[in-house]
Design a protein around this ligand. Structure first.
Ligand code: ATP
Length: 328
């Protein structure tokens, strides 16, 4: 029979995302509601290995639902990739009396949790916290909605200057492997072209589209470029390429960078995080382990972590079509 769970450890791992604090708060308050002890583990797997623990009660998470980043800090930890590192982490959890873990993070963090469970039969439950929205088993990850709203806000501001000066802007957004941020924010901000890792439309199409745009009388143009776009050129090389082939354009580049990770989470992310935290704790108490909480069609669902980490989510083809139509 599974050991009774009386104390749960919660931590954030990998890249931070807005809404992680709301998820921590939810896990801590659900534990308090159910009379379970809860322990915050600082700096992800690194803190687990070092025993960087702090007991948390309902009041420890006051006034954090609106804050970006993570109060528990996050880290990448190479030692946890080794059996020795994971053994140290297990020893620390046992000596603290922790019976189960809630990990808030991305694919890598889940892969680590799965291994840990296999080696020590330690109950784990995942909550997807990443701005990339790239995790199978959830239509939305915590932080994605905030990130696309941040990007749309930035593009709106850049458009003001682009249209005042009749300029073309290349705006680089996050997304090495997936183009969800680029596509959604690009459609939301009315970009002329969106270059994503999932498809290579070729430089010819880009030039054609920009020519068409100029001909149709547009006074400014915005092209969104995901970090991992497949044209083979980075955003600065794209600028040079276009200036060389279309000298009519005055081209500028803006790399949005880490501002996309920060800021106060949107209401959507706060609500999602609150729901997922409750589901994670309640599922552990039901004896479930090795699952990730996700959302599909407004319903919370559980997906085996082994499935969730198999691949990235596919790009939304329908949204690509919408984007094509909108740039007519
Ligand atoms: P993001 O999506 O923001 O990158 P992530 O959770 O995928 O978040 P990673 O850096 O890939 O971030 O992983 C976080 C940590 O999880 C790593 O630093 C490492 O400690 C642990 N980890 C990742 N992959 C493994 C693995 N295969 N085995 C053991 N531990 C792992």
């Amino acid at each position: 029979m599974a050991k009774e769970i009386k104390k749960i450890g919660v931590f954030t791992s990998g890249g931070d995302s807005p809404g992680m604090n709301a998820a921590i708060r939810s896990v801590v308050r659900t534990c308090a509601y159910l009379n379970l002890d809860c322990v915050g583990i600082y700096r992800g797997y690194q803190g687990m290995i070092e025993g960087d623990f702090k007991p948390m009660d309902a009041r420890s998470v006051n006034n954090i639902i609106n804050k970006g980043g993570t109060i528990l800090k996050s880290a990448r930890c190479d030692e946890f990739r080794t059996p020795e590192g994971r053994k140290k982490a297990h020893d620390q959890l046992v000596s603290e009396g922790i019976h189960a873990l809630v990990v808030i993070g991305g694919n890598g963090s889940f892969a680590g949790a799965l291994l840990f469970n296999e080696e020590f039969d330690f109950p784990v439950m995942g909550i997807p916290g990443t701005i990339d929205n790239d995790i199978l088993g959830s239509s939305f990850t915590i932080g994605f909605d905030t990130a696309i709203n941040t990007v749309v806000g930035a593009i709106d501001k850049i458009r003001d200057t682009a249209s005042s000066h009749n300029r073309l802007f290349f705006i680089e957004v996050m997304g090495r492997d997936v183009g969800h941020i680029a596509l959604n924010a690009g459609v939301g901000a009315g970009a002329e072209e969106i270059l994503i890792p999932e498809q290579n439309l070729g430089l010819e199409r880009l030039l054609d589209s920009l020519k068409r745009s100029k001909k149709s009388g547009k006074s400014s143009s915005i092209v969104i470029v995901a970090e991992g776009d497949r044209t083979g050129k980075n955003v600065f090389e794209l600028k040079e390429y276009v200036e060389e082939h279309l000298p009519i354009y005055d081209v500028r580049v803006s790399v949005l960078g880490h501002m996309q990770r920060g800021g106060n989470p949107t209401c959507f992310d706060r609500v999602l995080a609150s729901r997922m935290g409750v589901k994670a704790v309640e599922s552990l108490l039901e004896g479930k382990s090795n699952y990730m909480v996700g959302i599909r069609d407004t319903q919370l669902i559980l997906t085996p972590i082994s499935e969730a980490i198999k691949a990235h989510t596919d790009i939304d083809e329908e949204l690509i079509r919408v984007s094509d139509i909108m740039t007519t």
